[in-house]
Write a protein that binds this ligand. Structure first.
Ligand code: SAM
Length: 352
């Protein structure tokens, strides 16, 4: 029998997704995945067996086609398939060829979300451009559907408040608008130890989180589970998830799903209403907040403090009182006072 396990309502099959016979036809509401890019990345399982990420192109395409065919079979006609793949700086165009394979098995390409991994120094990237080209700081998230008449999507589920409040009432009655198809989700640093643990290319949990919210539904699938980012997001959103991983690091997957709330990057604390108040409360409430996260949040930079103020404003409007936010602003008020006092002492000392 194939090996599998269930972690917090997330079922993972430790084998190839070329055949996903455990999943019924038309039963999945949202697929979020990032396949191997065939770019010599390292993926190896607990015993050290490695996936070959440098296959002849036709073999790589045949393999992906099998998985996309299975994805087409299991996706609900109302569902959405988010396919994340980027191009390497020296290998432009491969992502286009990969998405065309999905079209060949029947998917309809609705649009492309541009995922910006790093912007103005925010978000990790490994310098690869050298003096020949610029680094590649974005990737595609292709939005694919099985039935273009029946799919459903709720852009406001990952919406943002209007900057110009006079728009409320003009376009809709609530202070919430579609945030568009360019997503800044800073890439968290892939540490040496993650690479040693055999998974070089996890996407941030925030990425599948947004996709799942956008699509809605109850059942989520990631045919290339990797470290388990999609299933971690599914767990946070209370969904039932399914994943396949042929070269699993089981401890890494378990930890990512079990500790998913701790993995939320502080940058998610921007005033987007994309996170449910329940999750925000869980993260920000001083009682539950793990110490390392709390220390990180308290040390937010000046610019991020502005974001926290907007966040407070949004939460105030939702009548949410989060004890941690008071603690946060008290902290900065104390810091400001301390600075003022030391400035005064300094200027006084000039007279002495
Ligand atoms: C780009 S990674 C996915 C990373 C994942 N999104 C994350 O955040 O950790 C691709 C994964 O596909 C896995 N893989 C390769 N061949 C596979 C197959 N035939 N079936 C299932 N998984 C496979 C690799 O081991 C690797 O973990």
């Amino acid at each position: 029998m194939d090996e599998w396990e269930i972690i917090e309502n997330q079922t993972i099959y430790y084998r190839s997704s070329e055949n996903m016979h455990e999943i019924e036809d038309n039963s999945i509401d949202v697929i979020v995945t990032s396949p191997p890019y065939n770019r010599k990345k390292r993926y190896s399982d607990d015993t050290g067996v490695e996936y070959n990420d440098n296959r002849p192109k036709d073999e790589y395409f045949r393999f992906l086609t099998k998985v996309w065919r299975e994805c087409f079979r299991v996706l609900n006609p109302e569902g959405i398939f988010f396919l994340n793949i980027g191009d390497a700086a020296p290998d432009q165009g491969i992502s286009e060829e990969v998405v065309q394979l999905t079209e060949k098995v029947g998917f309809y390409r609705l649009q492309t979300i541009i995922w910006i991994k790093s912007f103005l120094g925010k978000g990790h990237f490994t310098p690869t451009g050298g003096s020949r080209r610029l680094n590649n700081l974005w990737e595609n998230v292709f939005v694919l559907v099985k039935d273009k008449k029946r799919y459903r999507m709720n852009p406001k589920a990952v919406g943002i408040p209007y900057a110009d409040k006079s728009n409320i009432g003009r376009y809709s009655n609530e202070d919430l608008r579609d945030a568009g198809n360019v997503w800044l989700v800073p890439y968290s640093q892939t540490t040496g130890s993650t690479i040693k643990k055999g998974h070089e290319a996890p996407f941030p949990i925030e990425l599948p989180y947004k996709c799942i919210k956008l699509a809605g539904g109850r059942k989520v699938l990631d045919p290339f589970t990797g470290t388990g980012s999609t299933l971690a997001a599914a767990k946070l959103l209370g969904k039932k998830g399914f994943g396949y991983e042929k070269f699993p690091r089981k401890k890494v997957i378990r930890k990512r799903i079990e500790d998913s709330s701790d993995y939320f990057p502080p940058t998610i604390l921007i005033p987007h209403l994309e996170m449910s108040v329940r999750v925000l409360t869980r993260i920000l409430d001083s009682v539950d907040l793990p110490k390392h996260l709390k220390d990180r949040l308290l040390n937010f930079s000046k610019k991020e403090r502005t974001e926290m103020m907007i966040l407070k404003d949004v939460l105030d409007q939702l009548n949410q009182n989060l004890p941690f936010l008071d603690e946060y602003f008290d902290h900065w008020e104390n810091e400001r006072r301390k600075k003022e006092v030391s400035k005064k002492i300094k200027s006084l000392s000039n007279y002495l």
